[in-house]
Design a protein around this ligand. Sequence first.
Ligand SMILES: *Cc1c(COP(=O)(O)O)cnc(C)c1O
Length: 382
Amino acid sequence: MFIPLSEPNLKGNELKYVTDAIKTEWVSTGGAYITEFERNISDYLKVQDAVAVQSGTAGLHLALKEAGVGQGDLVIVPTLTFIAAVNPIKYLGAEPVFMDCDDTLCMDINKVEKFIEAQCKMVAGELYHIESKQIIRAVVVVHVFGNLADMEHLLKLSNRYNIAIIEDATEALGTFDLDGRAAGNFGQFGVFSFNGNKIITTGGGGMVVSKDNIKLSHIKYLSTQAKDDALNYVHNEIGYNYRMTNVQAAIGVAQLEMLENFIKVKQDNYNYYKQVLKDVDNLKILNFRPDIRPNYWFYSIQLMGYDIDEVISQLQKYKIQTRPIWRLIHEQLPYRHNIKFEIEKAPIYANSVINVPCSSNLTKLNIDYVCEKLIEILRTAK
Ligand SMILES: *Cc1c(COP(=O)(O)O)cnc(C)c1O
């Protein structure tokens, strides 16, 4: 028995809708499932509109471009994230500025404010980083593992300093604050991913949402090769081949029907892990923020005083797949020379937290087995 970290769950209407898409022969970047998926996601998130794209990375690329990020600009990002939140900044010729995380594992917004106050100034309505003389155009905030960053605070900074917020909500579809406001619906742009490991999947795919319909339709235009006249092949801008296909969207429509069920199972399983592991020394299951309804995508277990690589490889022997959270991005080869600010907590979490199996079809028996083996390993691995 192999227990994967996070596997897709395709037991709803996926096959039916995909078969339907194939029967109609609409398999490429046009078709009714794409618009249906966009509409259903908009309804679910209570946003006006959404644009379906090839991947979360493609969505982030277009959102950053639409936010005005270009050559020589700076963009504030967390160092504790998947690298796809950062690379699109470089695609646009801009540079990331790395920030620490707080205890939610999301970017520490207090430190963002501290950085701005200490190292930046407003000139003619734009925020400059004093030493490099570069403009801070935007911030990419990541809702790590389905948690929610401190958006209230970040929105204040965004207004005060005229910096655009792009929410990387790729891990947070289904996370809402207690007023029912969705992760992805706070900033100028919100981006979702439907990669195979995300809470719902289309194989690969993404979605961009925004309150700005004009910018959103421009994103759609850019995602479809910037066609100004489809018949005569007139293109007045440089576009991309970033549109989602109808087959992907057919899977997405079926997956979205299941999302709230997935979240219920994930919430139950998260609570069950907590219960089973509650008396284990030097182990802590990280909480989601109390003032939200998280999607419970990934569970994070902090192990104090252990070599987590050793624990992970021991668990592998029992066919239990776990993983460390990410290597910090400011330490990765392409980013070692970028600006960073007071990174203190991220290395601690990166060296002590593992993600444990959390698929939406994980059973209580699976969890019993994972916890039994984990406890056994911790007893000897110290
Ligand atoms: C998955 C993920 C992405 C990228 O999404 P893709 O659809 O795989 O391109 C970006 N940021 C974070 C934090 C992610 O977890």
